[in-house]
Design a protein around this ligand. Structure first.
Ligand SMILES: NC(=O)c1ccc[n+]([C@@H]2O[C@H](COP(=O)([O-])OP(=O)(O)OC[C@H]3O[C@@H](n4cnc5c(N)ncnc54)[C@H](O)[C@@H]3O)[C@@H](O)[C@H]2O)c1
Length: 312
């Protein structure tokens, strides 16, 4: 596979590059950054090559600045992690507007160069996925964002630790915004195939605290070590692996809705089947009344932001 990363000089882009280069299906990995990041990207390339022999990977790594995006031609997937960090006094909408210009510009240019899949990581990720979709001429199956996949993984770990079971026994997901209004789907949570609320210990599960921890996990990691990278990069590789191996797993990614779940013209985290064709199905599940109400509230907030950035 040929996979390109725009924003590879950053934390998430760099760690994703390292993890991806070791995957068995990787043939060509392209690292893109701004001109001023070229030294860093070349250092990253040299460092990753050192790691490949032990991993028995013979992937090729290429580096380019973003003035030469034609190198993206032939990419199966282009991952966008480029974005400005939130600064003091900046609202989420301020950041959304700045990053929408960056993501929109790249999405438009990429769609002029090649037919590929766009995988958006830049925050606010639902709004950026929408901006990438409307700025490119790609079909919606080929434009998706990391959405609440990482949040779902964080929730899964917390449940496994509480019930003291192996992580693989837990099935769960969080849908909605990758942000404050995310919605945990207890109705879709099971341990060893048994609905979680059938367990006696369920009544002691500190659900509100766990959800608050999931919501603030990113901020906590930023405070403690400057930013998260292993979690997001591993979540990104999960998704890429599904596409590379045509795994058809049900993950929770941000995708463009056109009537599913009663919603239109926004991108939001929902269960999707993912395989070699990208988003192969939006899984329009039933949820409890309370969950659906919370999901709709989450969608309203994202939609407002999408409208603000649509024509930037
Ligand atoms: N969706 C998720 O679950 C999730 C998880 C973690 C991080 N993120 C987001 O991913 C993005 C990257 O995070 P990070 O920790 O790697 O950040 P970072 O600051 O380490 O890296 C950002 C990258 O963007 C580039 N960049 C900055 N301004 C740019 C501009 N104007 N034009 C082009 N490129 C520019 C930087 O050079 C760098 O390569 C952020 O938006 C972050 O919020 C999303």
């Amino acid at each position: 596979m040929k996979i390109s990363i725009i924003g590879a000089s950053g934390r998430v882009g760099g760690t994703t590059a390292m993890l991806l280069a070791k995957e068995p299906y990787m043939k060509d990995l392209v690292l893109i950054g701004r001109e001023k990041s070229l030294n860093k990207l070349n250092g990253l390339k040299a460092d990753i090559y050192d790691a490949l022999a032990g991993a028995r990977s013979d992937a090729n790594i290429y580096v380019s600045d973003d003035n030469n995006l034609s190198i993206l031609d032939g990419s199966d997937i282009v991952i966008i992690t480029a974005g400005a960090p939130r600064e003091d006094g900046m609202s989420r909408l301020d950041l959304a507007k700045i990053n929408a210009k960056i993501v929109g510009k790249y999405a438009r240019k990429i769609s002029e160069i090649c037919d590929t899949m766009l995988f958006i990581i830049t925050n606010p990720v639902d709004v950026m996925t929408y901006k990438a979709y409307v700025s490119s001429n790609f079909i919606r199956e080929h434009v998706f964002g990391l959405g609440t996949h990482l949040d779902s993984l964080r929730f899964k770990v917390a449940i496994a630790k509480f019930f003291k079971v192996h992580i693989d026994e837990v099935r769960t997901r969080i849908i909605g915004e990758h942000g404050e209004t995310m919605v945990p789907l207890i109705s879709a949570t099971s341990i060893g195939g048994i609905p979680i609320d059938k367990f006696k210990e369920f009544k002691n599960l500190p659900l509100e605290k766990i959800i608050e921890d999931v919501k603030t996990k990113g901020d906590k990691i930023i405070r403690l070590k400057g930013g998260s990278e292993f979690g997001p990069a591993s979540a990104i590789v999960n998704v890429v692996r599904c596409i590379a191996n045509n795994e058809k797993r049900l993950l929770t990614l941000s995708t463009y809705l056109d009537g599913e779940f009663g919603l239109k013209d926004l991108c939001i985290g929902v269960p999707v089947k993912i395989g070699k064709n990208g988003i192969e199905e939006i899984v329009d599940i039933e949820m409890s009344k309370e969950e659906y109400e919370a999901f709709k509230r989450s969608a309203e907030i994202i939609k407002k932001y999408c409208e603000e950035v649509k024509d930037l």
